[in-house]
Design a binder for this molecule. Structure first.
Ligand SMILES: CCC/C=C/C=C/C(=O)SCCNC(=O)CCNC(=O)[C@H](O)C(C)(C)COP(=O)(O)OP(=O)(O)OC[C@H]1O[C@@H](n2cnc3c(N)ncnc32)[C@H](O)[C@@H]1OP(=O)(O)O
Length: 310
């Protein structure tokens, strides 16, 4: 297929095309889009195309209050649409990654709201809240930019549901994970039960964690496939995550985003359905300038190809 697309006469044309793409890119990099200000999240841009989102309620152990649930959803929807963002590092400020659901705030607020309602109305209110929490976490998966989570210290309950929706998980040596929902009398309902069995390498181990709420320390998180790398401390963890993010940010955004969509789709469908899906996408994406530019760069051993924003 490459040989038919990249014929010899096409080469000169492709090189001029490459230059056009690069100049277009350089002229527009100055216009870095400003990210919205959030109350519970801090968003920074450590390198071009690399965004760093931090859970930012350190004084409350980054417990996930209603504002944080809502802002996570909005933030990842914004990042999905932000052409200056190609990859996201998700970490947390302060002593721990997160204490999970802010049960003090959430249940205190919901209690009075439900008090005078009958069972059907109560169920409707609870269902609406649950679905909005689910949507918030799923926004990480629906964001076409790869999301790398960097977890330090405690990652409890809702936090484990949150990181399960990310693409790549790294942690520091002091990290521990706990699916604590059963300890507060509920089944996890924002993605852990659905995603962990597809992430970790032992169904038996996942079930043990879900039923017992026991803590999983970093070595076990690594051996079970929950995380793919363990770093010495938080500083090297964040650096390692940002280094990987920078590698991804240099690639064609068309290639990377199509790959993420394909992987997420393939996880939930048959092999044949996945093959059909990626064929449909690539019948478009192989016509993009990124494909041409990357092929020419490979063929001519050119490094540091500059891809236009997407
Ligand atoms: C229903 C919607 C869908 C979502 C569902 C999600 C469910 C979940 O997330 S279940 C898990 C809920 N989280 C917990 O059960 C964690 C409980 N906390 C702890 O285990 C410890 O606090 C922790 C290990 C995280 C940290 O321990 P540390 O010794 O460092 O701190 P503490 O002295 O225990 O706590 C300090 C103060 O923070 C308050 N706090 C801790 N966690 C939460 C929380 N999740 N929500 C609200 N507040 C929390 C704790 O009560 C202390 O407060 P105070 O006594 O006023 O100082």
């Amino acid at each position: 297929m490459l040989s038919t697309l990249v014929t010899k006469p096409a080469f000169g044309l492709l090189f001029s095309h490459l230059k056009t793409g690069a100049s277009k890119f350089v002229s527009s990099t100055a216009k870095m889009s400003a990210q919205k200000n959030y109350e519970t999240l801090a968003v920074t841009i450590p390198h071009e195309f690399v965004y760093h989102v931090e859970l930012n309620r350190p004084e409350k152990l980054n417990a996930m209050n209603l504002t944080m649930w809502s802002e996570i959803g909005k933030c990842f929807e914004n990042l999905d649409n932000d052409e200056n963002c190609r990859v996201v590092v998700l970490s947390a400020a302060g002593k721990i990654f997160t204490a999970g659901l802010d049960f003090k705030q959430v249940f205190l607020k919901m209690g009075p709201e439900l008090a005078d309602l009958d069972v059907a109305r109560k169920a409707k209110v609870i269902s609406t809240s649950l679905r909005s929490f689910q949507k918030s976490i799923t926004s990480i998966e629906l964001c076409k930019k790869p999301v790398l989570t960097a977890i330090h210290s405690a990652c409890v309950g809702g936090g484990l549901n949150l990181i399960a929706a990310a693409d790549i998980r790294y942690c520091s040596k002091d990290a521990w994970f706990q699916l604590k929902e059963v300890d507060i009398g509920m089944a996890a309902d924002v993605g852990a039960l659905q995603r962990l069995p597809k992430i970790m390498n032992s169904d038996s181990f996942v079930r043990e964690l879900c039923y017992t709420a026991r803590k999983v320390e970093a070595p076990e998180a690594l051996s079970s496939g929950l995380v793919s790398r363990v770093f010495e401390d938080k500083e090297s963890l964040i650096k390692g995550a940002i280094d990987t993010a920078q590698d991804i940010a240099k690639k064609s955004p068309v290639a990377v985003q199509t790959t993420k969509v394909g992987l997420v789709y393939a996880r939930d469908h048959s092999v044949q359905d996945g093959l059909d899906q990626i064929a449909s996408w690539n019948q478009l994406m192989l016509q993009s300038e990124d494909f041409m530019n990357a092929v020419v760069a490979q063929a001519s051993k050119q490094k540091d190809v500059v891809f236009s924003k997407l």
